[in-house]
Design a protein around this ligand. Structure first.
Ligand SMILES: [Zn+2]
Length: 118
């Protein structure tokens, strides 16, 4: 292959576009930044429902509260079982004020936050 081969040579281009050195393009409008979805989550969850934006479905919701057995519940049950009266070990498992609190999205059931007693 040589430089003179007409099959390999690039096709002839037209004359270069005229340069306009004195012409300045108008400044391009800067696109506005896309609005960001800010997940406004409370810093701490308590025992009552909280209004926030769900991080999963991005809807403004009031959390659904569920009481679940947590560390404090098990610890008190163990103390009752070992030291006080073993047949009564289950009592802390039915007292909501000894349980952890889960905050879930009522729309998608996503766990948004949790309030732990311990
Ligand atoms: Zn959700």
């Amino acid at each position: 292959m040589t430089e003179k081969d007409p099959l390999i040579q690039p096709p002839p281009y037209g004359p270069p576009p005229p340069q306009n050195p004195g012409y300045l393009y108008p400044p391009q409008p800067v696109p506005a930044p896309a609005p960001q979805v800010v997940n406004i989550l409370p810093t701490s969850f308590g025992e009552s429902s909280v209004a926030c934006v769900c991080p999963n479905c991005h809807k403004h919701v009031t959390t659904e509260v569920n009481f679940v057995v947590g560390t404090l519940t098990i610890l008190i049950s163990l103390i009752i079982f070992l030291l006080i009266c073993w047949p009564c070990f289950w009592i802390p498992c039915v007292i909501d004020s000894l349980k952890d609190v889960e905050h879930r999205c009522p729309n998608c059931k996503w766990l948004i936050g949790k309030h732990k007693r311990l």
